[in-house]
Design a protein around this ligand. Structure first.
Ligand code: ADP
Ligand code: MG
Length: 466
């Protein structure tokens, strides 16, 4: 007697059969597992009750057989009947057939003759393609970072810049640069597995993986990368479990010569709240910073951006904007976009008054941008002490006072949580921040010198952001 599954086979091609298999598998595994391990498998051909499928590499087969053997067997027999068989074909350059220990023989074939090309990626690299080296303007502040990034893009995993750790303030081009690396790697070798994500996204995915019991899949997915790019690694501070897992992924990748690229708002040693072993790994490769762009670079960036929008600004306009907006490149761009919007909304030409008005508008929005870093910098300048003294356990009277004032102002002028503020000042507890705040608040009621100090520092802060 012919069973139903078998009789249906005559009408179905490999694609349909694999689709049926997938729909069963999908019901039985978490989404992340399905996406990671099953979606990349593509149907090849069917003959009788044997289905051939393409898999990206041997690692896939091993993993699937270790973890989903029963599921696969059941699925295959449901779809192809009791005698159903699944053969994996690896896209590799050798031509031998390997029998695995279970019922599923594994065949290896030459890619260039019989096998059509696989769709290149089974996952999204999350790279922003417009962030390239071509449109990254060189300047004194980013020269070294750019050169290192370029070298890594050329030879991922093969330079001594592994990990490549790029740090610097907001809006200075870190994200742009690390995307450029990823884009370059793929441009040279499209088959490479490259992924970009922020450390926040990494944490969120990790938490989801814990909830759905798929931490292994999660970790193996990242271990399968040729280049792993993680942005804003400072957000791992205080997240110990995520750090642990990242540590293992880091080691696996590093040991197998895969490239790791990280960005951060501060150098590794200042990432208080990050485990020592992770910080020491970050020091293995190259750490390089990006400094705020000098005037010439700011003008060059503005010129380049405006031309890419299809407009030509006068030298006077370029200089005026670049003179007045100094802190970072994101703001320069913001100003340019606003200028264009203002011009087209009122259909005015880009006259100089409009330029001035726009620069003024952009500048007054800056108050909201006061950062703990800025406060720290200005407080330290005022007291003429080094910034790291505020993070250390130094109890000298003057340093304690400076630290407390910096914490007080951070609480008053930024939207940061007590925890974040504490972390910025050497990983101190939130209760220390509260204590600092009350102390300064009380002192300011009676102590004229403190009042004067506070108002002078606040003045400087305000001047530097308007
Ligand atoms: P960060 O990640 O350091 O905060 P981004 O990489 O997001 O900064 O940069 C902010 C904006 O400035 C982006 O739109 C980026 O393209 C642009 N930018 C930064 N540096 C440069 C540069 N050297 N040349 C051209 N554009 C730049
Ligand atoms: Mg960024």
């Amino acid at each position: 007697m012919i069973n139903t599954a078998n009789s249906l086979l005559f009408e179905k091609d490999a694609k349909d059969i694999w689709k049926d298999c997938l729909s069963i598998i999908k019901e039985n595994v978490p989404n992340i597992t399905y996406n990671t391990w099953f979606l990349p498998i593509k149907p090849s051909e069917v003959s009788g009750t044997t289905l051939k499928v393409f898999v990206p590499n041997n690692f896939f087969i091993e993993w699937i057989e270790q973890h989903f053997n029963t599921l696969i067997k059941n699925t295959v027999s449901q779809v192809l009947g009791e005698n159903g068989k699944l053969i994996y074909v690896i896209l590799e350059e050798t031509e031998n057939v390997v029998e695995t220990e279970n019922n599923f023989p594994v065949e290896k074939k030459k890619t260039n003759i019989t096998i059509p090309l696989l769709p290149k990626k089974d996952f999204d690299s999350c790279l922003i393609t417009k962030y390239t080296f071509d449109n990254f303007i060189k300047g004194e502040g980013n020269q070294l970072a750019r050169a290192a990034a370029y070298a890594v893009g050329d030879n991922p995993g093969q330079t001594s810049f592994n990990p490549l750790f790029i740090y610097g303030g907001v809006g200075l081009g870190k994200t742009h640069l690390i995307h450029a690396i990823g884009n370059k790697v793929l441009e040279r070798a499209p088959e490479k597995r490259v992924i970009y994500l922020s450390s926040d996204a990494f944490t969120v995915e990790f938490v989801e993986a814990i909830q759905s019991n798929t931490v292994n899949n999660f970790s193996n997915f990242y271990k399968s990368m040729d280049a792993l790019i993680i942005d804003d690694i400072q957000f791992l501070v205080g997240k110990e479990k995520t750090q642990d897992l990242f540590f293992h992924i880091f080691n696996t990748l590093h040991q197998s010569g895969k490239q790791i690229i990280l960005s951060s708002d501060r150098p590794p040693k200042e990432l208080k709240g990050l485990s020592d072993r992770l910080v020491s790994r970050f020091l293995w490769g190259l750490q390089t910073d990006i400094q705020p762009p000098d005037l010439e670079t700011r003008i060059a960036i503005l010129k380049n951006k405006s031309e890419s929008y299809g407009i030509k600004l006068s030298r006077e306009t370029l200089e005026y904007i670049a003179y007045n907006i100094t802190s970072n490149i994101r703001e320069l761009e913001g100003c340019l976009v606003k200028l264009l919007a203002n011009a087209s909304l009122t259909s005015r030409d880009l006259d100089f008054d409009l330029v001035k008005k726009t620069v003024r508008e952009v500048s007054t929005n800056k108050q909201v941008n006061i950062s703990i870093e800025l406060i720290t910098k200005i407080v330290c300048e005022y007291f003429e002490i080094e910034e790291n003294k505020l993070r250390e356990k130094n109890r000298r009277k003057e340093i304690v006072l400076a630290r407390q004032i910096a914490m007080f102002l951070s609480k008053q002028l930024t939207k940061s949580s007590l925890k974040t503020i504490g972390l910025h000042f050497g990983g101190r507890d939130h209760s220390t921040v509260i204590h600092a705040h009350t102390t300064i608040e009380e002192a300011a009621k009676t102590d004229f010198k403190i009042q004067e100090t506070l108002s002078s520092i606040k003045n400087t802060i305000e001047l530097s952001v308007t």
